[in-house]
Design a binder for this molecule. Structure first.
Ligand code: MN
Ligand code: MN
Length: 478
């Protein structure tokens, strides 16, 4: 007689909170990974900063700059650890595997850009005895969320002679912060009748940066001029230098633990620095040379469609892979490159939405991800009839199940809301075009794209663990 309970267990698919299933060893490692992640997130408020933090970690782990290897005429062999920076924004890192590259790579790709307010090219003006900077929002935001909170300014001025001036104001406790005003409720009668989408307009997201005049009486706009004087003093720039700057207003402040039990993390830009960090950490923590070359891509521009030279729609991946092939094989031909790409497997590591008890109606509970039930695997995304989704092959999803289950990764399925409710895209499509298998997997997030997003620690750790298992998988079933 088969045991009835056991039979029932094996037949039905059950979901459970990950904290009830995690091992003691994993629980300890979870806190370590999350602590390191919080430090990374706090230091990575822009794609440039995430890139620089990534390079620091790679260098510390002995990864070599591909540009230097190419210049030195070096060759690549199994076990070599390399990275390549793309315009100081996008980053590629790899551990060369034992098998030839044409047998395919294991790639994890995340993105490091997050929704924010970009400073316009000619932004500075004075009105109502205040100086303000005009902004153009980047990525999908709910505009009303970005008013009445402290903002920090991060980015670069690039002067005509090529000099780059790094800007970071609003993060040190002694720094000033910046601010977008909102109407007081007493006088917001008309505003409050508008929809949430219309209550705050894109052109209404101007940031206060000063209110004290310059000493020199001859200037017409003394407050604006005072700000220019201060910018000159601190950064050596003039108003014209805004023309070639990339300055981003982001929420000021560091990530924090959430809850009495400290089981969650609140931070700006979990999307998608959480998958970017866990992917990079997974690669850094690989001890043994894998069978297949393990590669991690941290991309820019995902939030605006992956276009641009640093986005996944550009050919940077293909170009760099050709360089790696040339160094590894002594020569490079187009066919080997095509074979390497089409034989590759990829996890597009991006955040997913979580079931939110305050908004139950937009989720379909059987297929939604829940906080701390594990990393969230989505066979497909897209909108309406899966439009714009790469929809992974069942064969590949089955193999990911094998990889995750074998490694003891706690995972769940995820979907971006009910059918017809919404949808979204990731960089999966950009890679699926090469014919490689791609599936989406990453950390579930609450309040995605808001100034402060929340994620569960267990999900963050299990994403790290899952990505690591994938990167080192030898593709042998059983
Ligand atoms: Mn994302
Ligand atoms: Mn996003």
């Amino acid at each position: 007689m088969p045991n009835k309970t056991a039979a029932k267990k094996s037949l039905s698919y059950e979901r459970k909170n990950g904290y009830e299933r995690i091992s003691a060893a994993d629980l300890k490692k979870l806190e370590e990974v999350c602590r390191d992640y919080m430090a990374f997130l706090g230091a990575s408020k822009t794609e440039r900063e995430a890139h620089d933090e990534g390079v620091k970690l790679l260098l510390a782990a002995g990864f070599k700059d591909l540009d230097e290897l190419i210049a030195g005429g070096a060759s690549l062999k199994p076990g070599d650890r390399i990275f390549k920076s793309w315009c100081g924004k996008t980053l590629l890192a790899a551990l060369i595997g034992k098998k030839p590259l044409e047998r395919g790579l294991h790639i994890v790709g995340g993105h490091t850009d997050s929704p924010r307010l970009d400073v316009k090219q000619n932004p500075l003006y004075e009105d109502g005895d205040m100086a303000l900077l005009d902004t153009h929002y980047y990525g999908g935001i709910k505009k009303y969320q970005w008013t009445a909170l402290p903002l920090a300014l991060h980015g670069v001025f690039v002067k005509k002679d090529g000099t780059k001036v790094v800007v970071k104001v609003g993060e040190d406790p002694g720094d000033p912060v910046f601010f977008i005003s909102d109407l007081l409720p007493h006088m917001a009668g008309d505003q409050m009748k508008k929809s949430l989408a219309e209550g705050i307009a894109g052109e209404g997201l101007d940031v206060v940066v000063g209110s004290a005049p310059c000493k020199d009486k001859k200037h017409k706009e003394k407050i604006k001029y005072r700000v220019l004087e201060l910018l000159k003093e601190r950064f050596g720039v003039s108003e014209e230098d805004f023309l070639s700057a990339e300055l981003e207003f982001v929420p000021a402040g560091l990530p924090r633990e959430v809850g009495f039990d400290r089981s969650m993390i609140l931070g700006y830009g979990h999307d998608d620095r959480v998958c970017s960090y866990t992917a990079l950490r997974a690669l850094l923590d690989l001890q043994k040379t894998p069978e297949h070359t393990a590669m991690v891509l941290l991309c820019d521009k995902e939030e605006i469609g992956s276009y641009g030279s640093t986005g996944m729609e550009s050919n940077f991946f293909e170009n760099i892979l050709a360089e790696i092939l040339a160094l590894a094989h002594g020569k490079h031909d187009g066919l080997t490159l095509r074979r390497a790409m089409s034989a590759s497997r990829m996890i597009s590591a991006d955040v997913n939405s979580l079931y939110d008890p305050l908004y139950p109606s937009i989720m379909e509970k059987k297929n939604a991800s829940f906080i701390n039930q594990g990393t969230s695997l989505s066979k497909y995304g897209g909108a309406r009839g899966k439009s714009g989704s790469s929809d992974a092959n069942a064969e590949f999803v089955a193999d990911i199940r094998r990889v995750f289950d074998k490694a003891g990764v706690l995972w769940q399925t995820g979907e971006l809301g009910k059918v017809d409710q919404g949808g979204g895209g990731t960089i999966a499509l950009c890679m699926a075009r090469y014919g490689m298998d791609v599936v989406d997997c990453g950390v579930g997030v609450i309040s995605m794209h808001s100034p402060w997003e929340m994620a569960g620690k267990l999900d963050i750790f299990m994403t790290y663990k899952g990505l690591k298992a994938f990167l080192q998988d030898d593709r042998k079933a059983g």
